[in-house]
Design a protein around this ligand. Sequence first.
Ligand code: UD1
Ligand code: UDP
Length: 380
Amino acid sequence: MPSVMPIFGTRPEAIKMAPIVIALQQSDDFDCVVTVTGQHREMLDQVNDLFGIVPDHDLNILQQRQSLSAIMTRTIDGLDKLFTINKPDAVIVQGDTTTSTAGAIAAFYHGIPVVHVEAGLRSGDLFSPFPEEANRKITSQIASLHLAPTSTSKANLLAEGIAEEDIVVSGNTVIDALLTTVDKNVPFSDSRLEELAASGRRILLVTTHRRENQGDAMRGVGRALARIAENEPDLLVVLPVHKNPAVREAVLPAIEDKANVIVTEPLAYGEFTRMLSLAHVVLTDSGGVQEEAPSLGKPVLVMRENTERPEAVFAGTVALIGTDEERIVKEVDRLLNQPDAFDAMANAVNPYGDGRAAARTVAAVAELLGVGNRIADFSS
Ligand code: UD1
Ligand code: UDP
């Protein structure tokens, strides 16, 4: 039986890999060996606990305020040693984190085929998002099988010379994860959030973490949140804040004395999806949140200048607004106070998947390893 090794290390990879791990474990065709790098710790373990995933190998690489080079070298070194004693028939990496690209490089050096999930996303700017745009381009060069979430991402790969027979349009597994989680109505572990849910007040849900936004831009985000909270006393601003100390130092000082701003630790995925479904408007620089919120009909304001996820922008539910303080205040105000503007963006659309991305991924891996056949591509 072929052995397949999913490798992941951060929260979004864990969420998006979980449906694949579960499908591999349920299949009789594979031996599934789960390896985590531990690029994230609490935020990774939170997801694995929710989905009942117990890693077979944990490289435990996290360092506080880690550098990109440290993530890369510690991952490659750990996998290099692991592959000499446990060499899988294929590895699966997800997305554009440094864990993902380091995992692909380490496998490639050992002659192990690389399966790339969420392949072909491109912003067109090598420095934004940084370093993710470079990471995913590097992985595309060395992968044997590319799971493009949409036809747009497939077209990006074809334009870079990737062979069509090596690409499957799968949909994004984040929609699989969302659909199995969002309706569970899990209780919030922070009692302030249960009170908020019962209050019926409008919620602005905010997340921020992008490396290129840290520093001045993120301090501006903090000031914008403070002004929004002052302008809208009935609104509740909810910020589950990333573990990164650089994020906390930038965004928190401006909002810590605001009564209608609730700052929480990162929410477990079930709690976060429940909060997403309660939110009126979402303000974020996250990739995954941009994909999930449109499914729930939530308008999303993205604090970035560009996106590798244009599908929901075309569908009208996501708007790119950058990180300028004035612009953030203005755009949030528009959605809160102009019903036409809100209605125009509050449509449930599913450009990123239909909940069957993991099944398509596992079928494509089976074909790669000679134990099965692909199933029909996702079309939105
Ligand atoms: C990483 C990914 C980014 C992804 C994001 C998802 C890279 C280069 N970046 O960025 O693509 O969008 O994850 O959140 O791969 N920390 C903890 N505990 C945790 C997680 C983080 O303490 O569970 C702290 C540590 O001090 C760590 C810092 O956060 O050094 C930054 O983590 P890191 O993984 O380097 O960067 P992210 O901004 O999380
Ligand atoms: N998320 C979560 N808890 C939180 C914030 C986000 O579970 O407190 C989930 C969210 O639903 C999405 C993913 O984390 O699936 C996005 O992760 P993140 O924004 O850290 O990374 P990105 O997607 O930008 O790479």
